[in-house]
Design a protein. Sequence first.
Length: 58
Amino acid sequence: MSCPICGKPAVPAYRPFCSRRCADIDLGRWLTESYRIPAESADEAEDRSTDETPPKAH
């Protein structure tokens, strides 16, 4: 496995990173919110649900 930050081989003590430095860089990215998971806001979900038409009854 290679370090996700620099690509060097991972070291068991810092797995999945190669060093404390790369682990700290990754932590810093999480703390500054550089990594984000895309999500829709509650307003977007509500707008989408009101735009849908209910199915027709048989």
